[in-house]
Design a protein around this ligand. Structure first.
Ligand SMILES: [Fe+2]
Ligand SMILES: [Fe+2]
Length: 330
């Protein structure tokens, strides 16, 4: 995109967006695409140029799109869940409060389910709470896609909220990692709170793999409880896109690719397919280059997995516009 800038505000290193002519209109003073040097700016001023076309890359981030859980609810949940985790450890958990949080997440996801926008907070000072909320959101989306009733959804979200409660700090515990936290969490919850069995079993098995190579019990296929098979996808997706860990996070696009490529290995293929039908191949927040040369960001997924792309302030249904995605920009 090109913006016209007062020459007094132009800085060396900026790129000229269009050819600039001298006031007579016949001589090009500087060509489109030139990287401005101090001397160029000086000369242009001397030739009487007062404004310059400068090329600026449009700022495209998923932060421009409203998150699935709005910030007000997110902040409340994040604050409360951090206390909840402490309560679990000290044996004083108020289960009613967890049910309330689960219902809040469920209500919000149900409200927004048809919009097909999955936009998650990817960095937070309270990373364990952030991961719990996001795993809850993704799990409930999958649960709704599978036709679960409210009571079943609630148990699923509670499992998601509490699945990593035995972690002291966030851990990228998805690939080649073995840990006892599922056993510890189940023990803490069972001993102190007489928690529902479906919840306990899904927490215990959230690191099992569909091919039987997971832990702690090497369960295989559909012998893994269905909640745990859902949780493992939600858990992996959020862990991969999280910016709470050192090193580069996966983009939503790379995370979906990871999940698809592990379908039948780490994950239940039927549940992967429900998840992908919702998030699409190019999930919300994916920055793409279009065949018409524009750059845009995927805002949501239309039916048939077609992404709705925002580019230069316009919303484009790429099928209607007869354009296609040339590449994904990370
Ligand atoms: Fe875990
Ligand atoms: Fe996790």
């Amino acid at each position: 995109m090109i913006i016209w800038k007062n020459i007094e505000l132009v800085e060396p290193g900026e790129i000229v967006g269009e050819d600039v002519y001298d006031p007579s209109g016949f001589i090009i003073l500087i060509k489109e695409g030139s990287v401005l040097k101090e001397g160029d700016i000086y000369l242009l001023k001397n030739r009487g140029v007062s404004i310059l076309p400068i090329y600026v890359e449009e700022v495209l981030t998923s932060e421009d799109i409203e998150p699935t859980i709005d910030m007000e609810l997110y902040d409340n949940l994040s604050k409360d869940l951090s206390n909840t985790f402490e309560e679990v450890k000290s044996g004083e958990l108020n289960v009613k409060k967890v049910v309330k949080h689960s219902e809040e997440i469920m209500k919000k996801v149900l409200e927004k389910y048809n919009e097909k926008i999955l936009n998650l907070i990817r960095k937070d000072q309270k990373p364990l709470a952030r991961h719990a909320i996001n795993t809850g959101v993704i799990s409930s989306i999958i649960g709704i896609s599978l036709g679960f009733d409210d009571e079943t959804l609630n148990k699923l979200i509670i499992s998601a909220i509490l699945h990593d409660v035995a972690h002291e700090k966030p851990v990228r515990d998805i690939i080649e990692y073995y840990d006892t936290h599922p056993i510890k969490a189940t023990g803490m919850l069972r001993k102190h709170f007489n928690m529902n069995d479906d919840v306990l079993l899904s927490i215990l098995h959230h690191h099992e793999r569909f091919d039987g190579k997971g832990y702690p019990r090497n369960l295989k296929g559909t012998s893994i409880p269905v909640f745990a098979r859902i949780l493992s996808i939600a858990d992996a997706y959020d862990t991969l896109i999280s910016k709470d860990f050192p090193g580069k996070a996966f983009s939503p696009y790379e995370a979906v690719k990871f999940i698809i490529s592990n379908s039948g290995k780490m994950f239940d293929p039927n549940i992967v397919s429900k998840f992908v039908q919702y998030v699409g191949i190019y999930p919300t927040g994916t920055v793409v280059e279009l065949s018409n040369g524009e750059r845009g960001i995927v805002v949501k997924v239309l039916s048939g997995l077609i992404p709705l792309v925002k580019a230069n302030g316009k919303l484009l249904d790429i099928v209607k516009e007869k354009i296609y995605i040339k590449k994904v920009i990370n």
